[in-house]
Every structure is written in structure tokens, then in C-alpha cells.
Design a protein around this ligand. Structure first.
Ligand code: PXL
Length: 276
């Protein structure tokens, strides 16, 4: 097996099953060496908890980059998720220039909003900077909310294929190359993922649960990156990640005490099976 090394840049939410506490185990289960650059340390994630702590680690980033450079450490992929500040986006661009091996990939999950709104700590200036990062990435994994904030297209809850085409074209106009657009559904019972590259669009439709679960974006992106870096095609990876995320939701649904995340550990065996 071709053993690959990924660097993932996102926060540590100590409680709440998202970002690094999800990405690290999922990528490891995909048999990928996984290194981390923590963007911030929070006591919990910011969606539903009150009074969470937030320690910004922006200042550590250049020192960690310099040390890795001095040690000759480099990566086959950099995968970014929730970042703590605009300055961190600049550091990710530096990591792309200075820490990626030749031909390695930058995969960006903008991880800044959902359901038509930005997460509490972000604003339009952050979304604009994130858009600039996406334009230099190899693959981006936005949901429709994030795509709208990056393109200026009005967010809609109900839409048709023409609307999604307009969003994809607008992303392309910003310089984006390859898009895995998540949470796209054209009827009330289904949702799915649109994969767009070089003017070609593919759609994987699957079952929709009535209520969304927190943290599924991070679960999806981590499984996508794991599968893609293990050598599966873009579309196959999008499907594998969707099937895995669905299983995680199924295994969590109905447990009212588990509102803050999904029990992603319970479906890791199926993800590993799909990579055999
Ligand atoms: O799942 C995205 C995410 C990651 N990290 C933190 C968050 C969120 C979403 O709210 O608050 C800290």
C-alpha cells in the first residue's frame, strides 16, 4: 500500500465530535499518517453550547511551519477545516507553498457556515478571504451556504438544478478548480453531493434525514479526504464519504442526549471496508 502523509489544519474542540477530534481518527482509520496543525483550542464547538473557551493558536503557526521546514518535513496533502482567523488563512497559503511535496494536493473545507448563516465567530471579510484560499486549492468541499457567501449568490433553501449550476459557475469564476458541493437536494426526501470538475457535473443522490446533525460536514470531509488520498476517484470518494456519513447519522438519530455530534466511531468499520 502506498503510505501517504496528510496535514490537517483545524481547531481542537475538546468536546463535541467535530474538527480535529473527528478528522484524526477517520484519517487514521483510512491508514493515512495524519499530522495536525491546531488552529485553536475550544472547550466545545460553538453550535449550541454557551460560554465556550477559545484559545487562538495563530501565533504558533509560523513557528511550527519554520520548525517543520528546518526538519525537512513535507506532506502529500493539506486538508483544512474550521480556522480561527483571517491570518490563519494566510498561513495556510504559506503551508501550501512551503510544506507540500511536488504534485501534492490542498483540499479546503471552508467550514464557516450552514443553513444560510455564518458560524458565530465569522463575518463577510472572513468569507471573502476563504474564497481567495479556495481559488488556489485543488479541491474544495463547501455546502451551499458557504458557496453563497463566497460568491455573493443569494442563499435559497429550495432550488433547482439551474440554481446549483449558477453557484458552480460563480465558484469557477473565482478561480476554483474542483468542487464537491454537499447537501444538495431537489426534493424533500433526498439530498446528495454534486461533484464538479472541468465543466463536468456528477450527482450522487441519497436519503435525507428530517433533521441535520452537527459535525457531519467534518465527518464527510474527513472521509472524503481519506478515500481520495487512498487513491479512489473524486466521485467514488464523494460517494464513499456520503454513505459513511449517512451510517453515522443513522447510528445517532433518535438519541436526544447526543445532539452535539454524530457517533462516527460506530461506522468506521464500514468506511474501512469500502477502501479495501
Ligand atoms: O463542525 C464545524 C465546526 C468546527 N469547529 C468549531 C465549530 C464548528 C461548527 O460550529 O464551532 C469550533
Amino acid at each position: 500500500m502506498n503510505y501517504k502523509r496528510v496535514l490537517t489544519v483545524q481547531d481542537v474542540s475538546c468536546f463535541g465530535q467535530c474538527s480535529l477530534t473527528v478528522a484524526l481518527p477517520i484519517l487514521s482509520a483510512c491508514k493515512i499518517e495524519t499530522c495536525i496543525m491546531p488552529s485553536a483550542v475550544l472547550s466545545t464547538h460553538t453550535a449550541g453550547f454557551k460560554g465556550f473557551t477559545f484559545r487562538d493558536l495563530t501565533g504558533d503557526m509560523p513557528k511550527i511551519i519554520d520548525h517543520w521546514k528546518a526538519e525537512g518535513i513535507s506532506f502529500d496533502c493539506i486538508y483544512t477545516g474550521y480556522l480561527g482567523s483571517i491570518d490563519q488563512i494566510e498561513y495556510v497559503k504559506r503551508m501550501q507553498r512551503e510544506l507540500l511535496k511536488d504534485g501534492a494536493k490542498l483540499i479546503v473545507d471552508p467550514a464557516m457556515g450552514d443553513n444560510g448563516k455564518l458560524y458565530s465567530i465569522f463575518d463577510q471579510a472572513y468569507a471573502d478571504e476563504m474564497s481567495r484560499l479556495c481559488s488556489v486549492a485543488d479541491v474544495i468541499i463547501p455546502n451551499i451556504t458557504e458557496a453563497c457567501f463566497m460568491t455573493g449568490i443569494e442563499y435559497r433553501e429550495i432550488y433547482d438544478e439551474a440554481y446549483v449550476d449558477a453557484v458552480l459557475k460563480a465558484l469557477e469564476k473565482t478561480g476554483v478548480k474542483t468542487v464537491v458541493l454537499t447537501g444538495i437536494g431537489y426534493d424533500s426526501q433526498s439530498t446528495g453531493v454534486v461533484v464538479y470538475e472541468g465543466g463536468k457535473k456528477q450527482y450522487y443522490k441519497h436519503k435525507k434525514f428530517e433533521k441535520g446533525c452537527h459535525g457531519t460536514g467534518d465527518v464527510y470531509s474527513s472521509a472524503f479526504v481519506g478515500s481520495y488520498i487512498r487513491g479512489k476517484s473524486l466521485f467514488e470518494s464523494a460517494k464513499i464519504a456520503a454513505d459513511y456519513t449517512l451510517k453515522c447519522i443513522e447510528n445517532t438519530y433518535g438519541d436526544k442526549d447526543h445532539w452535539y455530534g454524530v457517533k462516527f466511531e460506530t461506522a468506521l468499520d464500514s468506511l474501512m471496508d469500502s477502501l479495501k
